[in-house]
Design a binder for this molecule. Structure first.
Ligand SMILES: [Zn+2]
Length: 503
């Protein structure tokens, strides 16, 4: 039989301590903790408390905190202070970082790729789970985009807020002016321009200025270059081509005789030699011209990365559970799918593209130093880029370009809000601003990989564990839990794979 080592009376005292001590500790903890219920996925609250959190604002200033942030309905009402009180719900921010929601300045709303359908919810969930609370659509079906925009505004669809930049163009100045008036008539937020000759482009930019519509321009290798945008008042240059193109010593880039612009393999292969062919002194003049004219640059570094390392692009770990079969099919090399040009891609191609990236990084830094505005966008759905994951990669690449993480965060929030003309209500953690906020488990300045919806390895106290992710994305005051959004994505992908007969 088991015998007590202590006299009975002494045992009784120990039992009393064991029974009452935890109760005493938990009572003390409770006086520090709140009585407020925890926030729930998909809910908006009259009064929400985000407690004890470190705050990184969207204006480039350093981290502050820990502090409390209070949200009422869809607005931030208070930033600072440490007290508690009665709230409808609470999010524990201890050890976490609160940032303005990211703005993704270059997206295409897509409900299919190639011939295969894909639900809009797939895109929306991936964006929200990556901390993206606003997107600027620069080319999709306008009617569908409008419906999604209204659903997002009403809060009936879990989605970022949507700005629609509608395509305009024309072969003559008259056609170009009319197309801008059509964009305004349709109620779009701005104009997207792609592939235009000089004279109609000048008329288009002039008409857009008159109507107060901002222009986002994707310059191809064409008659015009970024000097036309400097003269005409374009808001943002998408990607990069027209910038080094304006600094070629004379006329054409050194294309080989068999070059055909309509062959995507030719086009992307020689794009990787474009910065090399530009004259550095001329390039400096171009960059200064853009900065002086207030023409911002949305480089979308992320969307070309496969060109410098196609194996990395094809084997991204999140493809296993989160790559929709429509995208999988679309990414398969085939010259009829835009951006799927990896047919016989060579070591030499990758080396040229790596050099192109180095020159591109240097140009971005020089542009910023000369006073230029840099933005952040993704362009996913092409070239092995998955929505949201592609945006986080953009932040990593901007850091690789030489920008401090705080400046990268500013590009992704405050600068992007400025380009949308919404700098007074988006892109900051500030009273009066829209409650578009993200709560990151960890410090994104230390490692942007923490923002990936699948998280990343964290090495602490001799142990590797899975860390990170955006735990909460709050848009218009509605709280979305990253893990729930990603579980839904996983289900959508599994279901699509089952019905398409894939693995
Ligand atoms: Zn695009």
């Amino acid at each position: 039989m088991f015998r007590l080592p202590f006299p009975r009376a002494f045992t009784g005292i120990i039992l009393i301590i064991l029974v009452f001590l935890p109760a005493a500790v938990s009572a003390r903890q409770q006086s520090n903790a709140s009585q407020n219920p925890p926030a729930e996925h998909g809910e908006r609250y009259d009064r929400l408390l985000i407690r004890n959190v470190f705050v990184i604002d969207g204006n480039g200033t350093p981290t502050r905190g820990p502090m409390n942030v209070i949200v009422e309905n869809d607005r931030i009402v208070s930033v600072g202070g440490r007290g508690s009180g009665n709230f409808d719900a609470e999010i524990d921010g201890a050890g976490r970082y609160l940032l303005p929601g990211f703005i993704n300045l270059h997206v295409h709303l897509q409900d299919s790729r190639g011939s295969m359908a894909m639900p809009f919810e797939y895109q929306m969930n991936l964006w929200l789970a990556s901390g993206i609370t606003t997107v600027r659509d620069v080319g999709s079906d306008f009617g569908k985009a409008e419906r999604l925009k209204r659903q997002s505004e009403r809060g009936t669809l879990a989605a970022p807020r949507i700005f629609i930049y509608m395509r305009a163009g024309g072969n003559t100045p008259e056609e170009a002016r009319q197309s801008v008036r059509d964009v305004q008539e349709a109620g779009a937020d701005g104009v997207k321009v792609f592939g235009m000759d000089r004279a109609p482009l000048a008329a288009l930019l002039d008409e857009a200025q008159k109507l107060g519509l901002r222009v986002a321009r994707h310059i191809g290798v064409e008659e015009s270059d970024v000097w036309d945008d400097i003269a005409g008042g374009t808001a943002t240059i998408e990607h990069w081509y027209g910038i080094p193109d304006a600094a070629i010593p004379y006329g054409s880039q050194s294309f080989p005789p068999d070059y055909n612009y309509n062959n995507e393999l030719h086009r992307f292969r020689w794009a990787g030699r474009l910065f090399r062919d530009a004259d550095p002194e001329k390039l400096s003049l171009v960059l200064q011209g853009m900065a002086d004219a207030g023409v911002a640059w949305c480089p979308t570094l992320t969307i070309y990365e496969a060109s410098r390392d196609v194996q990395r692009a094809r084997t991204q770990p999140w493809f296993e559970d989160y790559l929709h079969p429509a995208l999988e099919q679309y990414f398969t090399p085939d010259l009829s799918s835009h951006g799927s040009y990896f047919l016989g891609w060579t070591t030499k191609d990758e080396i040229e593209w790596s050099r192109n990236y180095q020159l591109w990084f240097a140009a971005l830094r020089e542009f910023a130093e000369r006073g230029g505005i840099i933005c952040a966008g993704e362009d996913a759905g092409f070239i092995y880029r998955l929505y949201g994951f592609g945006y986080v990669r953009e932040l990593e690449l901007q850091q690789e370009a030489g920008f401090h993480p705080l400046d990268v965060i500013r590009h992704a929030t405050g600068n992007n809000a400025l380009m949308l003309g919404r700098e007074n209500e988006l892109g900051r953690v500030k009273p009066g601003y829209m409650a578009d906020l993200i709560l990151v488990n960890g410090n994104p300045q230390e490692n942007f990989k923490l923002l990936y919806p699948t998280g990343t390895d964290v090495f602490e106290e001799g142990e590797v564990r899975q860390g990170g992710t955006v735990e909460w994305t709050i848009k218009d005051g509605i709280c979305y839990r990253g893990a729930v959004l990603m579980e839904e994505v996983r289900e959508m992908v599994a279901e699509a794979r089952r019905s398409s007969g894939g693995s």
